[in-house]
Design a protein around this ligand. Structure first.
Ligand code: A2P
Length: 279
């Protein structure tokens, strides 16, 4: 026994429900994604969210630390052996101001209780599935787009993503481009890959090939024309919405106007909504 071993520092207690970070990617100064180990017992449906976080700062008097947790959509599909998350960085956000500095090997807290409404079970059968996202609202669709069931259940999948800048589209764009090389999906989709999956990225505050809010582009009919698809109709279309609050409300109104009815796990219908995480 060496001196160093004899006087070993007491082992730092591991966090409750801790998982180890395996990869971190920074996409812009406002956005990053990371992957972590998946608890062996964690089962979830693609599109669901879990509570994740870090230990908060010690209380100034008692020194006690409390976990700082927020709801995060799981961005990886249900079959993946790791978990992926896509996050905003808010400079003074209680959690993300710290979370944005995580590195491979660090521990995060993950409460293994997945829930959420952006799941296939909350929709009745249809022909065409729309995913409407803004910003980090893309995360649950990153899961569902990599889920074979999405293409088994629908003839056509349309993903719209509205962000402020072109750089904020990169995570989604790269993920969608990689779908074509996914063996599992190729087996399900077969011929006509990009006929079955349609991607419609738009920006609002920086020049890009398609500018404007998706809500305006749909209202004007421009999005239908660009995508070469028929307008929303309650018989064929199912939709999932995930973005900032104003966007969710506006799009919800538009879908209701088109005749679609909101569903839930307990009562599947034609569309579902969830708010994207904001620290
Ligand atoms: P805009 O730049 O016109 O506000 P944020 O990063 O603030 O969450 O916004 C993400 C994207 O969502 C931005 O491009 C923003 O456009 C857009 N957005 C905000 N509110 C709405 C809305 N009510 N309908 C459609 N898009 C919206």
């Amino acid at each position: 026994v060496t001196d160093a071993q004899a006087t070993a520092v007491p082992k730092v207690p591991t966090l409750p429900d801790s998982q180890t970070v395996t990869e971190v990617k920074h996409w812009t100064d406002r956005l990053f994604s990371f992957r972590c180990t998946r608890p062996a017992s964690l089962r979830f449906r693609s599109g669901e969210f879990v509570m994740i976080g870090l230990m908060g700062d010690p209380h100034p008097e008692t020194g006690k630390q409390k976990p700082l947790l927020r709801a995060y959509s799981i961005a990886s599909p249900s079959w993946d052996e790791e978990l992926e998350f896509y996050s905003i960085k808010v400079p003074d956000g209680p959690l993300t101001s710290k979370l944005q500095h995580i590195k491979v090997g660090d521990e995060i807290i993950l409460r293994p209780k997945p829930v959420g409404t952006l799941v296939h079970d909350a929709l009745i059968p249809g022909k065409r599935l729309w995913f409407f996202a803004t910003g980090t609202g893309f995360a649950p669709f990153a899961s569902l787009l990599r889920e074979p069931q999405t293409y088994e259940d629908y003839d056509e999948v349309i993903i719209t993503h509205t962000c402020r800048t072109a750089g904020e589209l990169t995570y989604g764009r790269e993920l969608i481009e990689a779908l074509e090389h996914d063996e599992l999906l190729n087996e399900v989709i077969g011929e006509g890959f990009w006929k079955k999956i349609k991607y419609y990225p738009t920006t609002t505050r920086e020049e890009s090939p398609k500018m404007g809010r998706i809500t305006d582009l749909i209202r004007s009919g421009e999005a239908y024309k660009d995508l070469d698809v028929a307008p929303l109709c309650p018989d064929n279309d199912r939709a999932m919405i995930c973005g900032n609050l104003a966007f969710n409300l506006e799009l919800k109104d538009m879908l209701e106007e088109a005749g679609l009815v909101e569903g839930a796990n307990s009562k599947p219908m034609q569309y579902v909504v969830e708010k994207a995480f904001l620290d």
